[in-house]
Design a protein. Structure first.
Length: 328
């Protein structure tokens, strides 16, 4: 399967029955009331209190109190919004199906559609638009988006203009992440990782030890990073991706989200309510009970205690203890 797996999850799994009963065991995660039943996948937080979540049917939710209350924002679209990214408290972007790019400069009170077609780009003559799967902004002006059919584009003016970046790849690109303003990585189907050391002017393909579809990349700094994907895949590097190594996740499920707060402490989320935790940089991973069987597509932590995980059927999970039960 080479089409982006998460699209299938978001669109098709909302009516899915749980694959197995949920065992009542102590959990450090609790459910928040999202107020909706549609799938959620994108997450962008400024701190433990303020954040946005995006999802199917044009959904963007906003909180200013750590998720005690979530407000549904009007986006003007019913497209699947796979990813959301806020540069600061006012300015942010959301991207999704059919080349949808939304921009706001007032914290999401008003979302405005942007056109990613650039001068000389073949998008102006295509009848079928590509789906966008991820975005990342280095600063208020410069950002990147990725999508199906090898789509990689950049902007130098907050999205007023987007320019295509050619890659020797025609599959789905799934995520993009930068550490600083020069070092960046892009993941994709079939174990693909591309790297830039000049701020996106040029990308080269890095060797990886897998052909599994990779879904999300996260770097702690310019050297140490992690990538997650199909069949419990976790890859790590300590030299910026010159060498990627497989870590033992201990699970067979599709892994969709990854977040680290430092070089040692991090979490991974995925299918069937999977949440994994490491305190030793991924040398060992332990599973945290999430009390759900939903696909957990995105995960974020403000610090080593406070975190959020989002997924299908409007699922928002919250922890104040790093995902550990109270008795621990």
């Amino acid at each position: 399967m080479k089409f982006l797996f998460v699209f299938f999850l978001l669109l098709a799994c909302e009516s899915r029955k749980p694959v197995s009963p949920i065992i009542e065991i102590p959990s450090g995660w609790e459910k928040q009331n999202s107020g909706i039943s549609t799938a959620l996948g994108g997450a962008s937080f400024l701190d433990a209190k303020r954040g946005w979540i995006s999802g199917n049917k044009g959904v963007v939710l906003y909180t200013t109190d750590g998720g005690s209350h979530w407000v549904l924002q009007q986006t003007g679209t019913d497209k699947l919004l796979v990813s959301v990214f806020f540069i600061n408290a006012e300015e942010g972007f959301a991207v999704g199906d059919s080349e949808t790019v939304l921009h706001t400069v007032d914290s999401g009170k008003r979302w405005v559609s942007q056109n990613i077609t650039s001068v000389g780009d073949v998008t102006s003559t295509r009848s079928r638009k590509k789906d966008l799967t991820g975005l990342f902004f280095i600063n208020q002006k410069k950002g990147f988006i990725v999508g199906t059919k090898g789509l990689l584009m950049s902007t130098e003016d907050s999205g007023q203009h987007w320019q295509g970046i050619p890659l020797p790849f025609n599959g789905t690109l799934t995520s993009v992440f930068f550490s600083g303003d020069r070092h960046g990585w892009v993941t994709g189907d079939g174990g693909v990782i591309f790297y830039t050391e000049d701020g996106g002017a040029h990308f080269i393909q890095q060797k990886t030890p897998t052909i599994k579809d990779l879904h999300r990349v996260f770097f702690v700094n310019s050297q140490q990073g992690f990538v997650v994907g199909g069949n419990g895949t976790i890859l790590s590097t300590k030299n910026g991706g010159q060498k990627w190594e497989v870590q033992k996740s201990g699970v067979p499920t599709f892994l969709l989200g990854v977040f680290f707060i430092n070089e040692k402490i991090g979490w991974v989320s995925g299918a069937a309510g999977t949440i994994l935790f490491t305190s030793d940089g991924g040398a060992t991973w332990t599973q945290q009970p999430s009390m759900t069987n939903e696909f957990l597509i995105g995960i974020y932590f403000a610090n080593k205690e406070i975190g959020f995980a989002v997924g299908t059927k409007g699922t928002i999970l919250y922890t104040q203890r790093g995902g550990l039960p109270k008795e621990q």
